[in-house]
Design a protein around this ligand. Structure first.
Ligand code: G4P
Length: 280
């Protein structure tokens, strides 16, 4: 399967991010816990060097818990601060606040030595499309936060959301581009729905997904659809079509309908919790 990308977007986004990064102390990078490597753009390491780094493994509710823990340790071993979250829920937010302070401890102490007290940490959220950046900002910032910036005399300032006395967040996230020179990365991003389906062949995609699930999580597809898994993914898809009564007008088995069901149910976590890759 071939994927395409449009370089114009990349250049503009990158330039914007370089500007924004000058203003902050901490990069909060969201990744999708189902594809913690494929949903990263490695360029962020170069762009965010000299900044404190926090990785949020988001959508942990949809990922395989054991693998999530492996990845958490893996990222920590590389020197990142890491928290696994469901950005729609407020429950992880206190842990994040603590990790932010830990990640920025050096800066806070440096400020203190220079006699600067209570200067808030400035942070920015970054990540590829659809990892949950806006959801996270909404949940973390809530409604109560005052926006700062655009002070009198400063017409074109950045908007900062004051979370509390110690943290300010840039209100617009930095959008990174997925990097899928490697077709496997493209495929994983397509599985989780990060590449628009219009440019993909859903039938083919569902066969690739079924193959992956049957090999790596045997029995889960059988359980969801009440069928027997067949090593041939097309046979399995056919069985799902029959089980779900997917028929075309001429009463023929409609594979495309079944493929759409499989993709939809996978993405919403109905088939189970899966992680599509392993730490390097
Ligand atoms: P972005 O700014 O990075 O592009 O992502 P955004 O916040 O728009 O989130 C993309 C989709 O992912 C949204 O679903 C959002 O609800 C969902 N999402 C975000 N965080 C989590 C999470 O931790 N777990 C789960 N399960 N889903 C999450 P949507 O279908 O586009 O919209 P809607 O269903 O919320 O209306």
């Amino acid at each position: 399967m071939q994927f395409q990308w449009y370089p114009g977007h990349m250049t503009k986004a990158k330039r914007q991010m370089q500007e924004d990064l000058k203003l902050i102390d901490l990069v909060i990078e969201l990744v999708d816990a189902r594809v913690p490597l494929s949903s990263r753009n490695p360029d962020i390491d170069e762009l965010g060097k000299n900044k404190a780094r926090l990785i949020l493994m988001n959508k942990a509710d949809l990922a395989d818990e054991k693998k999530t823990e492996l990845f958490r340790r893996y990222f920590k071993s590389l020197g990142y601060f890491v928290v696994c979250i469901d950005a729609r829920s407020k429950s992880g937010m206190k842990v994040i606040q603590n990790e932010i302070m830990e990640a920025c401890r050096e800066k806070i102490e440096r400020d203190r030595r220079r006699g600067i007290k209570n200067r808030p940490v400035r942070a920015m959220v970054v990540g590829i499309p659809n990892v949950g950046k806006s959801t996270f900002i909404n949940t973390f910032a809530g409604k109560a936060c005052a926006k700062t910036g655009n002070r009198p005399g400063v017409t074109k300032g950045k908007q900062w959301i004051r979370l509390n006395k110690s943290v300010e967040l840039l209100d617009t996230p930095g959008i990174l581009w997925p990097k899928f020179e490697d077709q496997k990365v493209g495929l994983r991003l397509a599985f989780i729905g990060s590449i628009r389906d219009e440019i993909l062949n859903t039938d083919e995609l569902s066969l690739e997904l079924l193959t992956f699930l049957m090999q790596n999580y045997p029995g889960t597809v059988a359980q969801r659809y009440g069928i027997e898994e067949d090593a041939d993914a097309a046979e399995t898809l056919g069985a799902i079509a029959v089980a779900r009564n997917c028929r075309s007008k001429g009463d023929e088995v409609d594979y495309s309908k079944a493929a759409a069901i499989v993709m939809d149910e996978f993405r919403s976590g109905k088939i189970g919790r899966f992680t599509l890759e392993a730490p390097e």
